[in-house]
Design a binder for this molecule. Sequence first.
Ligand code: FES
Length: 163
Amino acid sequence: MDKHQETAEPDLKRIEEIVSRYRDQKWPLISLLQEVQEELGYIPPEAIRPIARGTGLFPAQVQGVISFYEQFHTTPRGKNIVKVCRGTACHVRGGRTILKIVKQNLGVEEGGTTPDMNFTLETVPCLGTCFLAPSMMVNKDYFGKLAPPKLKSILQQYGSPGE
Ligand code: FES
């Protein structure tokens, strides 16, 4: 099964297996969290206690680290991550309209995931490609000098919502 579709019950056995491999390491928490996320697509709340036990930390400390780093996600995310830039360079070149149309195409708000788990929509302060404004990314692919008519076909390369 695709890890991004495992939304119902997190695999606690798998989490325990990952935790057990980090038990003897000195500063294992970040790597451990990364591996759990890599494996499950996110870090479910049920993973916090076993991770805390395995690392000798309090659950609140583990939760604190998860909350601190933007890279960690505590809810299931889609197979494809769409990041629309909301930075100034993109904003003045129509970024707001781009975001509006992407939302309409996907049928979700910022932070939302399509019901079929194919897309998650996020916004970011800058993608580092201001010269291509307005810009967005899908997974690791950059798209710049965006115009509304281009958006649907870009998203369709990754499958339509509902497929
Ligand atoms: S402001 Fe959009 S890429 Fe920098």
